[in-house]
Design a protein. Structure first.
Length: 178
């Protein structure tokens, strides 16, 4: 794996960046589907979901959207916000990652790792001693293992009911910050 983070900048995102984030999510859906892994986000473009577009817009409006960019190109997105209702409350002040997605064209180049390092800095600056995230825990738990390689520890497991589809298996992971 090469690490090309030295030429990736991170900047705050705003409402004008929502279409670029939705394009990243659509690209991730295509990539997952092509690999026979539709369980995470389905097979339809996420940009067609009014609920998800509204959620990303809200993250941007609240100041929680941060973008990895190379020149003018958005190559990754980090969203910070409130944990979902199905996640148990944290026992201490935390920063919660509600979105992490990277352009699959740049897979393996350290963009996600750099965005998570940025989230750690944001957490420390805010006085939080805990960084948490949740992710898809189905198939072979590859995404859970990714976060574990980034220094997170798996904690709470959960499932989210989905009308007309099997329940969505999830995993909360956390990282204590010194």
């Amino acid at each position: 794996m090469s690490d090309s983070t030295e030429w990736t900048d991170i900047r705050p995102g705003d409402s004008d960046d929502v279409p670029a984030v939705m394009a990243l999510l659509d690209g991730a859906v295509r990539w997952l589907t092509a690999r026979g892994r539709p369980g995470q986000w389905g097979t339809e473009p996420l940009s067609e979901s009014r609920r998800l577009t509204t959620l990303i817009s809200g993250i941007a409006a609240d100041g929680g959207l941060h973008l990895a960019v190379r020149g003018d190109e958005v190559v990754g997105a980090l969203g910070i916000g409130q944990p979902p209702t199905y996640v148990a409350p944290a026992p201490e002040p935390e920063l919660y990652v509600v979105l992490l997605v990277t352009d699959r064209e740049y897979a393996g180049q350290g963009i996600g790792r750099r965005l998570l390092a940025y989230a750690r800095r944001l957490a420390v600056a805010s006085g939080a001693g805990l960084l948490r995230v949740d992710c898809y825990a189905g198939d072979d738990r590859a995404l859970v293992r990714y976060y574990e390689r980034q220094g997170f520890t798996a904690t709470q497991q959960f499932t989210v009911p989905q009308p007309g589809r099997p329940p969505w298996p999830g995993q909360v992971l956390e990282q204590q910050l010194g």
